[in-house]
Design a protein around this ligand. Structure first.
Ligand SMILES: CC(C)(COP(=O)(O)OP(=O)(O)OC[C@H]1O[C@@H](n2cnc3c(N)ncnc32)[C@H](O)[C@@H]1OP(=O)(O)O)[C@@H](O)C(=O)NCCC(=O)NCCS
Length: 138
């Protein structure tokens, strides 16, 4: 059973461990999540995954980061987290994802996100382009 709740400082240690084990995710300093909207998925009394987002105003949001712990993957947890964002953010949700991250692109496409553009040179220290995706949540 997975519960989704707002995340906070008490979750930072577990979020850091998930992030470190997920090199495809953006590697934030976890304290920086304090300034953004944070959701965590709790499973077996542990933080199993997290999602960070921010409001862009005018009913638009940006999904900033998402990762699920290795042992909790493929159980629908990311789908729950993105669903929580879609409920909270009524409007357009944007995100950038590495072109090579086919698993994440599959996840977002399966939830109705459309690929709307490419940002070359988006990532520091990598020549890889970002794919821009958009979802209209309501
Ligand atoms: C991407 C990620 C968040 C998915 O988390 P998850 O909880 O395992 O995903 P879910 O179980 O909710 O899967 C939802 C859908 O995503 C796709 N998906 C998930 N894992 C997949 C895999 N290994 N291969 C192919 N498609 C996959 C499928 O479409 C899946 O639906 P299905 O199970 O009905 O086929 C997870 O793999 C992860 O943390 N990856 C590293 C970090 C990352 O890439 N973050 C994205 C940054 S933009």
């Amino acid at each position: 059973m997975t519960a989704i709740r707002r995340g906070g400082e008490r979750d930072f240690e577990e979020i850091a461990a998930i992030q470190t084990a997920s090199p495809e995710a953006a590697q934030w300093k976890v304290a920086d999540y304090a300034g953004f909207d944070l959701w965590v998925a709790v499973c077996e009394n542990r933080v199993a995954g997290f999602l960070a987002a921010r409001s862009l105003g005018d009913g638009e949001c940006e999904l900033l980061n998402l990762a699920v712990g290795l042992e909790f993957r493929r159980r629908g947890i990311a789908r729950h987290l993105v669903g929580a964002l879609a409920e909270a953010c009524c409007g357009n949700i944007f995100l950038e994802v590495r072109g090579s991250n086919l698993i994440a692109r599959n996840l977002y496409k399966s939830m109705g996100f459309k690929e709307i553009g490419i940002r070359p040179g988006y990532y520091d220290l990598s020549p890889e382009a970002a794919i821009v995706m958009k979802f209209h949540s309501c």
